[in-house]
Design a protein around this ligand. Sequence first.
Ligand SMILES: [Ca+2]
Length: 169
Amino acid sequence: MGGSGGSGGGSTNLIPDGTFETGQGQWGSYNFTTPVAVTNTAAHGGTNSLMAATAAVNANISRSILGFVAVGKKYTATAYARVTDASTALKFQITLGCNGRADDYPVVAWNATPTANTWIALTGTVDLTVCKVDASTTDALTTLQKVDLFVGKDVGDLYVDDVSLVLLP
Ligand SMILES: [Ca+2]
């Protein structure tokens, strides 16, 4: 097995700082009144998670995964999130800059009706085999400028814990 604690089946988690038990790592946030920080008020695993308070539209907690991924591969991404407001979608996406084009925001997982104040599993595929050309067309992804993994919410407070990224065979 790899050295960073895969989540099962011998699969290595490529995210080195997704449990928040020893700090915030390289995670940041956008468009919250109170930016992201480690908290022990709620945790999915261990005793700590990340929390950012009072989201505005397109608020998110994110981390670059550019250094962990490769052109032409697919990955399973998983995160656990907790929200204090159920009125807007809980979003798990990447900010993807590829083939020299403007950023796009492919959806990894989308929960349109999140339940407040409970941990919600988000899991889906990060697909780095194709790059969006326009609304109806993609081409083969050949160059990566940017890949940020993010959990987003437009209203309320947002917690994130236990983030993993595993290469698909
Ligand atoms: Ca934790």
